[in-house]
Design a protein around this ligand. Structure first.
Ligand code: 16G
Ligand code: ZN
Length: 533
């Protein structure tokens, strides 16, 4: 193979421009777009190695999600459509940071260490969001793929979850779905329509939703759904500014709405009207509305998780099948949601560290694993055992007719879900399906439990890594004594809870607090932040 090309391309077209090291973090590499050319090239190289090593198709997604328009980033997708395995994140960091003249040897070392057969022909799928920097960065990835004689396949502008879907389809000979945009729309929309039937509205549920596309790829792609859904679900699109207008994620989108707890700009405020916002690569979604007094109400990832888990529990019991259902959250989940799930829904809850890969991994331990981060990223996974049992039940005569129908319904529901990763649009269709089935408006959904007031603060410190945690980030291990101080503060507040953790994406420490009133929770957060300085 063409190791020589690796260095030649690097030197001539993609020289390393940044001196300091950059790290493959929770969401891949992410920084100013102008610093990413050589990183993209090198990730093209790495994708080919990974692909030959796994003997499967690898995806490369170019996006910086909810970050400002001038940023960009890249993450690799493994053959099952999941995020690249953690052990290779270190390799990614290494490949990204060596000097140009060390690159060839670094690649050779990986080939040797992992015993990679460099004669295997591999395909690398490449996708990108709407950022103006994305096309040229995609070209750099392609150069990397070509330098090691891989075959790049460019999917153009797509959402992150579409990319995960394509990779999974391609690696499973289209068993999961057809690996094209059309295949993706057809799979989701036909399952959705099947579940909705010809009664578009039901009791308090009305089939109209205002949709904030964050001026990104989520706005572009929702149009394909609007066309196909027609009157069945009326999605009214806002925030669809053109590429390069600088408006991506600006004062709108899921991250803005969730972190600012504010109604986005660009969406009209209609009292009690259900609205949803997606983020810049459409892998996160939150719901919200303004009431008749113009008060803002947010229904975040915890709300979606509880809605989905409660509905799945219902259907599973209707099938009479023995399938274990579990829910996965992080420390950021509102305490009231955790109580509601355990006490009212009686669904077991697991808590894991922040980051989609941890949630996803844990969810796979259940027959049906629901996971959501409070920020709106999440999905549901189904084990092979669950699918086999359901398929049997739906066609066999072992069950009663109603049980059989429930099994068919659950199978259709699986098809509106993107099991590979959180998918804002698939999650939207799932939530709409459940609200429709229950005959609920957004207020009915909100009334299931009351969120505890909560507060998130950022603290800038010299070195965020002096803080280490255990127990899914709920307890500090170092610095010595900090956890005891937090415990002493928390004790003073009714329903108090607080934790601190170093961010995986910014050079800061995050402080989370909740308590029974807003005043108390703000006070607790401020006091804990004081201890961190
Ligand atoms: C990344 C994660 C997200 C997590 C966030 C936390 C993925 C795809 N994304 O964006 O799940 O909530 O990091 O950021 O894993 P933080 O470590 O800065 O709090
Ligand atoms: Zn995102």
């Amino acid at each position: 193979t063409s190791y020589r090309t690796v260095y030649a391309f690097a030197r001539e077209m993609h020289p390393k421009t940044v001196k300091h090291d950059i790290q493959y973090g929770t969401a891949g590499f992410r920084t100013k777009a102008s610093n990413l050319g050589y990183i993209m090239y090198r990730m093209g190289l790495l994708a080919v190695l990974r692909s030959r090593y796994k003997q499967g198709i690898i995806g490369v997604m170019i996006t910086a999600s909810h970050n400002p328009e001038c940023d960009n980033g890249v993450k690799l997708i493994d053959p099952h459509g999941e995020m690249m395995e953690q052990s290779w994140e270190e390799l990614a960091t290494k490949v990204a940071n060596v000097q140009d003249d060390e690159l060839e040897q670094t690649i050779r070392d990986i080939v040797q260490d992992y015993n990679i057969d460099m004669s295997i022909r591999v395909n690398i799928l490449i996708g990108k969001d709407t950022r103006p920097s994305s096309p040229s960065l995609a070209k750099s990835v392609i150069d990397g793929v070509l330098a090691l004689s891989g075959k790049p396949i460019d999917f153009g502008i797509v959402t992150t979850p579409q990319m995960h879907y394509f990779v999974k389809c391609r690696n499973t000979q289209n068993e999961y779905g057809v690996a094209t945009e059309e295949g993706y729309y057809t799979k989701l929309v036909s399952a959705f329509k099947k579940l909705r039937g010809d009664k578009y509205n039901n009791k308090n549920y009305e089939n109209r939703i205002l949709y904030d596309g964050a001026n990104g790829v989520g706005a572009k792609k929702i149009k394909y759904f609007q066309e196909r859904l027609g009157e069945c679900l009326k999605i009214v699109l806002y925030n669809d500014a053109g590429i390069g207008t600088g408006k991506l994620n600006h004062l709108c989108g899921a991250d803005y709405v969730k972190s600012q707890q504010l109604f986005p700009t660009g969406v009209p405020s209609e009292p009690n009207q259900r609205c949803a916002s997606v983020d810049g690569d459409a892998d996160r979604i939150v719901f919200y509305y303004n009431d008749e007094n113009d008060k803002f109400h947010l229904l975040d990832g915890d709300r979606i998780a509880t809605l989905v888990a409660s509905y799945l529990k219902e259907i599973v019991s209707e099938t009479g099948l023995d399938l274990n259902l579990g829910l996965v959250q992080t420390a950021y989940a509102n305490g009231a949601s955790t109580d509601y799930i355990t006490e009212s829904l009686k669904v077991p809850v697991a808590c894991v560290s922040t980051g989609v890969k941890y949630l996803h991994h844990k969810a796979l331990e259940f027959d049906i694993g629901v996971y959501f981060e409070a920020n709106g990223h999440g999905t549901v996974t189904f084990s092979k055992n669950a699918k086999d049992k359901l398929n049997q039940a739906a066609k066999g005569n072992i069950l009663t007719e109603s049980q059989q129908q429930a099994a068919s319904k659950l199978l259709a529901l699986i098809d509106v879900i993107n099991e590979t990763v959180g998918d804002a649009i698939a999650d939207l269709l799932l939530v709409e399906t459940i609200l429709h089935a229950k005959g609920w408006n957004i207020q009915d959904w909100e009334q299931t439990y009351t969120d505890l007031p909560n507060k998130l603060l950022k603290v800038t410190v010299q070195d965020r890594n002096v803080i280490t945690t255990k127990d899914a980030e709920r307890q500090c291990v170092t610095p010595n004594g900090l956890q005891e101080e937090i415990n002493d503060l928390v004790k003073k507040y009714k329903r108090g809870r607080s934790f601190v953790r170093p961010s995986g994406t910014e050079d800061i420490v995050r402080v989370y607090a909740e308590a029974s009133t807003k005043e108390e929770c703000d006070k607790l957060a401020a006091q804990v932040a004081q201890k961190v300085y």
